[in-house]
Design a protein around this ligand. Structure first.
Ligand code: AMP
Length: 204
């Protein structure tokens, strides 16, 4: 069972993008700047952020920047995390679900594309799941990794090692777009999903 404690009946968003990112802000202030850039781009292009519904760390920053730039935010969070008071109640829609599995299914269903920002183990798990689902053909939505500040350099090197050792092929690594500039990567993902977003405000 899932419940929604707020709903939105405004105009449909230009596109929906699911962002996975840290529930912590990280040690460098540049991570916060990147999260704000991502949310601002989504909002300024009339988009909708789909995310884990948290108010902490980079998650909260992306959500707040999206709203501040005029976008909509769909948060999807399990009851257990709401009980810990981790939910962001400023979301345009906040879906409270029973399990993490239901949360990830709904996030994937509601998004046109996926983007991983810097984060920790929760972010990795979500990224690898949509990447795996893509390689198995469960969906054909674009998946991106924002490698700002070289955060994912060592992960990319490790994936190269996985290919070298024969556990992955190049086509599988090619299913994920890796970029360092938030606006360029966001534009590419949204276009690959079949949308042509144009900035609707002067915020960028
Ligand atoms: P992590 O990268 O380990 O901080 O985990 C962040 C990811 O896991 C997010 O994309 C969320 O979907 C989920 N998550 C982890 N911690 C929280 C939290 N405190 N509130 C909401 N979602 C969380």
């Amino acid at each position: 069972m899932s419940t929604t404690d707020s709903t939105f009946d405004g105009p449909a968003p230009a596109f929906s993008i699911c962002v996975y990112c840290g529930s912590k802000p990280g040690n460098s202030p540049e991570f916060a700047q990147i999260a704000v850039q991502v949310g601002t781009w989504i909002g300024a292009h009339g988009g909708q952020l789909v995310y884990g519904g948290g108010r902490n760390g980079l998650m909260g920053l992306v959500a707040e920047a999206t709203l501040a730039a005029g976008g909509t935010v769909v948060g999807i969070i399990p009851t257990a995390l709401v009980e810990k008071e981790w939910a962001h109640h400023g979301c345009t829609e906040l879906h409270v679900v029973d399990t993490m599995h239901e949360r990830k299914r709904l996030m994937a269903e509601k998004a046109d594309a996926f983007l991983a920002l810097p984060g920790g183990i929760g972010t990795f798990e979500e990224l690898f799941e949509v990447w795996t689902w893509r390689q198995l053909g469960y969906h054909d939505k674009p998946v991106g990794i924002l490698n700002s500040l070289g955060y994912y350099d060592t992960l990319m090197a490790f994936i190269g090692q996985v290919v070298k050792e024969g556990f992955m092929a190049d086509w599988q690594t090619g299913l994920v777009r890796v970029g360092t500039a938030p606006e360029v990567l966001l534009q590419a993902l949204v276009e690959a999903a079949g949308f042509a977003p144009a900035a609707k405000t002067e915020l960028l």
